[in-house]
Design a protein around this ligand. Structure first.
Ligand SMILES: [Zn+2]
Ligand SMILES: [Zn+2]
Length: 466
């Protein structure tokens, strides 16, 4: 080994093993990189590949012609094309390579242990079944879908499978579409695997170059990886944007090793996915009951007339007003889902007439975090929201309603997720979920049947207390 190679070897190995990085993301001079490339320790592949008349981005797999733009390139002095789809992660252009480590892989630095897990909580019967299936999946290298109701306690279910993988010196990743979830999972996993370095990745994260046996990442950040992980856990496979954006699905595929095992987590699999489970095309395990062994609240359908017209006349439909008033009197917090932002913002003042501290929140709301915090600290009695809060949030003791449940935006899975906001904590395991509507839809009925089926299955298996 020559001197240059020796000096930078371990740093570059840790930086580039399992990665797919742009030269601009690598803090070493070009001459050093070229030397590594000539010694075949680093592989440089074209960032943009020309296919006939079209282009394809090797990082995000974009092939849509209108998402490539040409520009006079200062680097190659030619007219270069770049990928617009993944531009926010740094520009991939015709003359920029993607670099990855090709030499011997990083030897996992952690010590041999009989277990890395320091959690001594108890799993519910449903969690136990799924946890065992996860361990089995890791051992047998077989993919598994964990179909767990909202509030099943899916994070704890993963602990044993992750531990099994770490003990076998496998590299593990948990990927989720949302940054909020990454930030929520990270401290919990660090706590139960205290001796394992954990890389926490989202846009702007300081861990971006940290090599770790356990990585928690947004699906988006996986675009910077290449054949890195042996165990991939994909959270909320049915959720936006993962289920809609094929480049994120591709990012997951690209970031795992060829023989990797993938665990998929979902509370509301798509219809196709449900069918694939049913007909044996997917290995799956179901957790039909919540960790606190109480049944899922069943949605109540309440007709509320032409609510849209009423709101436009600055009136709240009477049944809805009564529903709110009753809970204001009881001091019980509420979430009310509405189908559209404009309508919600316009209607906010009439809801504030019932109580001045009513707030409204939506995806692009700059004060979103602060409003959710106010809800948590019980300052807000009623929070109006779009589907942005359908997942991931837990308020311990609330009732939930949907106004305009017949709207197309409220799919079966959205409605099941919304209903799943109620009764999540062991202290307050019950609550009301009401679908106010102006005509029932198939989605509403499917959501009801879905929840009811889960409760029946849980009861049959003795997973809920009667
Ligand atoms: Zn791209
Ligand atoms: Zn160029």
């Amino acid at each position: 080994m020559n001197k240059t190679i020796e000096t930078y070897y371990s740093e570059l190995q840790l930086l580039l093993d399992g990665k797919h990085l742009l030269p601009s993301e690598i803090p070493f001079p070009k001459t050093i990189m070229n030397e590594y490339i000539s010694h075949e320790l680093i592989e440089a592949t074209p960032g943009i590949i020309k296919q006939g008349k079209n282009y394809r981005c090797s990082r995000c797999n974009n092939e849509t012609p209108r998402l490539f733009t040409s520009f006079p390139c200062a680097l190659c002095q030619k007219e270069c094309y770049y990928c617009r789809k993944c531009i926010m992660m740094g520009r991939v252009s015709t003359c920029t390579p993607l670099l990855r480590w090709k030499g011997p892989p990083v030897h996992n630095p952690h010590q041999d242990h009989s277990t890395y897990l320091t959690w001594n909580g108890t799993l519910s019967p449903g969690q136990k079944v799924a946890s065992n299936a996860g361990v089995e999946g890791v051992r047998m290298k077989s993919d598994l879908t964990i179909w767990a109701v909202c509030g099943a306690g899916k994070t704890e279910v993963l602990f044993a499978a992750i531990d099994e993988a770490l003990m076998s010196k496998l590299r593990v990743c948990i990927a989720t579409p949302r940054t909020d979830v990454v930030l929520e999972l990270a401290p919990r996993l660090k706590k139960v695997f205290p001796t394992i370095p954990v890389a926490v990745l989202y846009g702007g994260s300081k861990d971006r170059n940290l090599y770790a046996p356990l990585t928690i990442s947004t699906t988006h950040q996986l675009l910077r990886f290449y054949q890195a992980f042996d165990l991939m856990i994909v959270d909320e496979v049915d959720a936006f944007p993962y289920s809609y954006d094929s480049s994120l699905q591709w990012a997951v595929k690209k970031s795992v090793r060829p023989q990797a095992t993938t665990l998929y987590l979902t509370a509301t699999p798509s219809e196709t996915w449900q069918m694939e489970c049913k007909y044996g095309k997917r290995n799956y395990v179901k957790i039909p009951a919540r960790f606190h062994r109480q049944p899922l609240p069943i949605p109540q359908f309440t007709w509320c007339g032409n609510w849209r017209k009423q709101l436009e006349k600055m009136k709240i439909p009477l049944v809805v007003e009564n529903w709110i008033q009753k809970r204001l009197n009881q001091n019980k917090q509420m979430l009310l889902f509405l189908p559209h932002i404009e309508l919600m913002e316009k209607a906010l003042p009439i809801f504030q007439k019932l109580h001045p501290k009513v707030e409204a929140v939506h995806a692009e709301d700059p004060n979103r975090k602060a409003k959710v915090e106010k809800m948590r600290s019980m300052e807000v009695p009623l929070l109006l929201t779009t589907t942005i809060l359908e997942r991931g949030v837990t308020f311990p003791n609330i009732d939930v309603a949907v106004l305009g449940a017949e709207d197309d935006i409220f799919t079966e899975s959205a409605l099941v997720q919304i209903a799943g906001r109620v009764g999540r904590s062991a202290e307050f395991p019950n609550g009301h979920i009401t679908f106010f509507h102006y005509g029932r839809t198939k989605a509403m009925i499917r959501a009801l049947v879905h929840i009811d089926d889960m409760n029946k299955e849980a009861a049959k298996k003795g997973m809920i207390d009667q």
